[in-house]
Unconditional design. Sequence first.
Length: 174
Amino acid sequence: MGINKIFTNCYVALGSNLGDSRGYLDKAIVSLQQHSSIENLQISHYYQSKPHGPQDQPDYINAAVSFDTDLSAEALLDELQKIENNNQRLRQGVSRWSARTLDLDLLFYGDQYIETKRLTVPHPRICERAFVLLPLSDLGANCKSINKTTIKECIEALPGSELKNIKKIKEIEL
């Protein structure tokens, strides 16, 4: 008798601004596509955006993915960090918002609100960042909400300066 797996729909933001940023995002997406606990992977467009924090670093390449998984939120976080580490992500001796080869942020884990020492979901700064909101919109996540504010409402509330610092750069061809 087989065990019925319970799948949760998740959204993850991807970003890179060191080295071959598009290549790092492509490799991360392939890793997610090949993972045995991930199904129905959808990929947003790629975007180029100015960095948040120190401006003396290269622009970021950003995207988002959605998928279904039978992993717990903490186990999924472990897998995302493993993918980051496999792509030369440095964590020691690096300041917040510094340049990085790969950053994978778990944005939504189903409709759950999670707050642990390691993980806060939904990600607390989704509504402030066009480089997260526009890829989420590509994935049809406009009705997802953070504290009763939808992704669509967050996009509409973004200042023009935030929208001016981002542009769509690539259709996905994996």
